[in-house]
Ligand binder design. Structure first.
Ligand code: FES
Length: 106
């Protein structure tokens, strides 16, 4: 079963088991993880699902497309090299991902 560890800006973490094919955003929202709003439901129009991906895991994710790249300039907290929109990260069997949520996204 895929697994995502969500750490908030205070350093508090929670581990959530997800479903293959769901996004990191959907998994957070379904499980009441704070810090990921997902206002647009994953249609790439809100950027309220911004997360920082563990740098060591960045290369294991599919590349972001142009639209995600553009939306990342509209986040409430500054974009970093490891920024992604969590609605665009789909869970695969065996996924074990660690993301940190921005302080401004509560
Ligand atoms: S949920 Fe709106 S852009 Fe990701």
């Amino acid at each position: 079963m895929p697994k995502v560890t969500y750490t908030d800006h205070t350093g508090e973490s929670r581990v959530v088991e997800g479903t293959t094919g769901d996004s990191v955003m959907e998994t957070a929202v379904r499980n009441g993880v704070p810090g990921i709003v997902g206002e647009c439901g994953g249609s790439l129009s809100c950027a309220t699902c911004h997360v920082y991906v563990d740098e060591a895991q960045l290369d294991s994710l599919p590349e972001m497309d142009e639209m995600e790249d553009e939306m990342l300039y509209g986040t409430t907290e500054d974009r970093r090299d490891n920024s992604r929109l969590s609605c665009q990260i789909k869970l695969a069997e065996g996924t074990d991902l660690h993301v940190t949520t921005p302080a401004t996204q509560t």
